[in-house]
Design a protein around this ligand. Structure first.
Ligand code: CP
Ligand code: NVA
Length: 306
């Protein structure tokens, strides 16, 4: 049966471990200059409805460097923009390509693609989840904080909106059982069903609080993201007001563990959710961005070649 990646709640602890191990192995082989071509003769389709720098380029370069042909399809340039149904598009694309990577607004649309496709479908961000992001972020934590088995001992802090990236972090905590404290202003909590799933699996490990200082106190990993996600641009001004006091800056960083990592999925709005000084003093942010490419290679290999 074909496998998809729609959200992280559907993975097991062993799936996470396997993806981390495979990504580390592929990254090491690339560093040694070894040329592998696991995707030779294969085509990856990418249907993107929203802007992207990192996800698009890291998926395309991971696929192309490993011998495959990437095909980027802006939704507006396809017949989907003229109302061709997903169930028709999915069945047609499945006859041409080997894997489909989708970035769009509605999670339901990605799930409908998965339902009608006979090839693996990968969620490259929806309004609800960003699973690939958290897989590669965890790879960075695994590399910098002593390995996969150490994750469960770490304290993760989320500062900001309870958005798609936050919800994928909650999914991951619900599988791996690490401690995750999310500081979100009133009205910006993650969805109740996402929190409930993590609570059911690891009671008490995921908490939502109102104070960034409380979440960051002693944190080993501090994570933030933009206050207004793609599609929420008209709320920018209101959000700037509602998120006052939620900037990951030098003063608040003093509360975190001395050797705390700062992660941000990027793009960042310096001076809003994160200060310029914190960004410039945490070079792991660039390792985090690089790791998207290695994790995407591993994910594609596991879904397409296994
Ligand atoms: N982090 C991330 O998904 O970045 P892009 O929007 O640039 O793809
Ligand atoms: N929450 C952000 C993440 C971008 C990678 C957004 O959805 O715009």
């Amino acid at each position: 049966m074909k496998k998809d990646l729609l959200h992280l709640g559907e993975l097991s602890r062993e799936d996470f471990r396997m993806l981390m191990d495979r990504a580390l192995e592929m990254k090491a082989r690339r560093r040694l200059g070894i040329i592998d071509r696991p995707f030779a003769g294969k085509v990856m389709g990418m249907v993107f409805d929203k802007a992207s720098t990192r996800t698009r380029v890291s998926f395309e370069s991971a696929w192309a460097r490993l011998g495959g042909h990437p095909m980027f399809l802006s939704t507006g340039a396809t017949q989907m923009s003229r109302s061709e149904p997903v169930k028709d598009t999915a069945r047609v694309l499945s006859r041409y390509i080997d894997v489909l990577v989708i970035r769009t607004y509605a999670q339901d649309l990605i799930e409908e693609f998965a339902k009608w496709s006979s090839i693996p479908v990968i969620n490259a961000l929806s309004d609800r989840f960003h699973p690939c992001q958290i897989l590669s972020d965890l790879l960075t934590v695994v590399e910098l904080k002593g390995g996969f088995d150490k994750l469960v001992d770490l304290k993760f802090a989320w500062v900001g909106d309870g958005n798609n990236v936050a919800q994928s972090w909650i999914n991951a905590a619900g599988v791996l059982g690490f401690s995750l404290m999310l500081a979100c202003p009133e009205g910006y909590d993650p969805d109740g069903d996402v929190l409930a799933l993590a609570e059911e699996r690891f009671p008490g490990r995921v908490k939502v609080v109102r104070s960034p200082e409380e979440a960051m106190d002693g944190a080993d990993v501090v994570y933030t993201d933009v206050w207004a996600s793609m599609g929420q641009e008209e709320e920018q001004k209101k959000r700037e007001n509602d998120f006052k006091g939620f900037c990951v800056d030098e003063t608040r960083m003093k509360l975190a563990a001395k050797d705390a990592l700062v992660l941000h999925c990027l793009p960042a709005h310096r001076g809003e959710e994160i200060s310029d000084g914190v960004m410039e003093s945490h070079p792991e942010l660039w390792d985090q961005a690089e790791n998207k490419m290695h994790m995407h290679a591993a994910l594609l290999d596991c879904l397409v070649n296994k």
